[in-house]
Ligand binder design. Sequence first.
Ligand SMILES: Nc1ncnc2c1ncn2[C@@H]1O[C@H](COP(=O)(O)OP(=O)(O)O)[C@@H](O)[C@H]1O
Ligand SMILES: CC(C)(COP(=O)(O)O)[C@@H](O)C(=O)NCCC(=O)O
Ligand SMILES: [K+]
Length: 279
Amino acid sequence: MILDLDIGNTLSKWRLKDAESSEIRSRGAVWTREEWRPGADIPDLDVVEAVRISSVARAAVLEETVALLRRRVRHVHVAHSTHEALGVVNGYEEPGRLGVDRWMGALAGYQLAGGCCAVDCGSAITIDFVLPGGQHLGGFIIPGLRLMKESLKLGTRNVAIDPESEADELLEPGRRTVDAVNHGIYMAAVSAINRIYSEVCDQEGVALPMLLTGGDARVVSRGVQVPHAVWPDMVYGGLEACFPMTFAERAGKMSGAPRVPEPVALEKIRAALAFSMLL
Ligand SMILES: Nc1ncnc2c1ncn2[C@@H]1O[C@H](COP(=O)(O)OP(=O)(O)O)[C@@H](O)[C@H]1O
Ligand SMILES: CC(C)(COP(=O)(O)O)[C@@H](O)C(=O)NCCC(=O)O
Ligand SMILES: [K+]
């Protein structure tokens, strides 16, 4: 089995992938914490022959995780943001400073769709752009839904926006504090994504396919007008592309990759942008 680990600021996601059949056997998530050790919620390491890790947690958390895994597993691969990989050139002045989850998302998105806009809705919402030739432009970082809510110090009961509420409802003015906050941060997130996408496509003269991932991808997806696909395993896709192990991975296939969304014509994006500026 291959153990894939995506350690974010809030949650450490894991999945077990069959090295022979490429099937995902199990998956789970635990809170990213100071001290990481295998417990009831971590998979049985005895069946694991290789680990692939993307981590944006504190260096000490990663070091401890790697040290622990190396004692039990033969192959431990840790992803890093580099100047160039798989045809993508990192847009950061200091490439190593780009969050490796963003880099994995950009690589997966490029491998799947060529140029793309990769949006990761987790603790932070990151919006990264890769042009069809492979140039990564850099991106945008805003607080995620939960961080925005926490920043208001309102101590609302639900951690995430109720995934059952419809986007239509969320776009209305709230008539209670909890609704005003939920609707407000939701609008802040989706309007930023819509606007940033349009601005960058306009500037670069290209309509790019958009891919969404992260814990809040599904709820954010409902409010994003730009054609897009939700790909929960996008960061894992980058790990697969960087460290291919299974037959399917060596052939360039990434698990759970969606159909590439057809972007709307650039002229329409420009017209919508011009219209929204006049309002
Ligand atoms: N069951 C859940 N537990 C925790 N967070 C959740 C859950 N469902 C949705 N979320 C949302 O997902 C976010 C975490 O998403 P994730 O992509 O894992 O973040 P990160 O990579 O930063 O750890 C939380 O901030 C929260 O808004
Ligand atoms: C921007 C992030 C905090 C997002 O992390 P996440 O929401 O996935 O936990 C992470 O990618 C990070 O720590 N990046 C380093 C700074 C940068 O990318 O510029
Ligand atoms: K993120």
